[in-house]
Design a protein around this ligand. Sequence first.
Ligand code: AMP
Ligand code: GLY
Length: 424
Amino acid sequence: MKLLLLGSGGREHALAWKIAQSPKIEKLYIAPGNAGTASVGENVDIKADDFDGIAQLVIDREIDMVVVGPEDPLVKGIYDYFKGHSLLRNIPVIGPSRAGAQLEGSKDFAKGFMKRHGIPTAAYATFDGEHVEEGCRFLETLAPPYVLKADGLCAGKGVLIVPTLDEAKKELRGMLAGKFGGASSRVVIEEFLSGIECSVFVLTDGRDYKVLPEAKDYKRVGEGDTGPNTGGMGSVSPVPFVDAAWMQKVNDEIIRPTVKGLAAEGLDYRGFIFFGLINCQGQPKVIEYNCRMGDPETEVIMLRLKSDIVDLFEGVATGTIGTKRVELDPRAAVCVMCVSGGYPGAYGKGYPVSGTDNITDSVLFHAGTTVGKDGRVVTSGGRVIAVSSYGTSLADALQKSMEGAGRVEFEKKYFRTDIGLDLK
Ligand code: AMP
Ligand code: GLY
């Protein structure tokens, strides 16, 4: 089979690494990919949301399946574009329709969906620019801290958690006045939940589903979960507090009602569902849905998934996911992200990357790299290389990933040394 993967980050290198191991794969293309994906397939210089360019590529290279890494093309409707194209309607796209992707594309839609299907989540209300005062009054009914979410996609920056009522009202006014552009023309205000977070992923064919290994990501830039939020500084799998009883609740109260709800509402959904969960005194609740895999969660999950991922994708495409088996590697996996100094604030780009060749105890997934004019690999983003390792325990896997991260070289490299150490 010829498969095209869309995207260019660490998640996509991890997916490409796993896809390339499948005996079913004759040729793997990645658009646009990065310096890492070029080592497991062929990069094609087309943006992940250039639908016409992608269509032409699929036709020219006789591609049999398209797997979508990031949310943007999904929310913009790449699934529907293929379904509506006379030459492409039979090419499976792994990812939901535009309507299904609203689970991620609109926080208000996701909250309404959970309410309609009785799925546990934080209490909420949504306000637009014509109801600012009602929004302020709703804030007065809540206890601090206050959670404000831009309704639309904001590249992970649209959630504010503020300590005082005055600040919350000020932020609400700012958001509704366009702080995040059109994405915050509606704002979801939520009850604050406290507990440990964890991400659960499933692959669904719209009727049935298979659960992939759970993971936890570390978003803050600094040791001990301090400093500003990033795209993710590391991840672990498994997550020690996730036991069979808790997963049973997640299945019964969250995953199954979500998949049934999608079908009941006629939302065409064949792809990944990412459940961002929080454990509130033993009760799992949904913090958010995403319509794609997580980054950097994928960089540990792909290590733990033993089954052929292309076989699972075929199950999604043909409505037979229920007949597939998901086999897991029992070892722990930890990912440590090497980032460029200054990130998530201003940072430099174009620094040569070296030291990556002789790291045998870890798998390196490129996140923000590109091949420079002279053929050398250089940095092109804040998150540069994810170092993932197996271990007999999370601490053992962390040790290996830190050793690997220590050997990767580029100017102003930084990584956290405490990924997973908070979990017992
Ligand atoms: P989201 O983009 O919805 O995942 O929100 C980003 C982060 O904000 C989450 O990963 C949580 O850490 C935090 N967060 C979101 N909603 C809540 C909530 N209702 N209570 C506590 N923390 C939250
Ligand atoms: N790691 C969180 C995300 O991918 O959104």
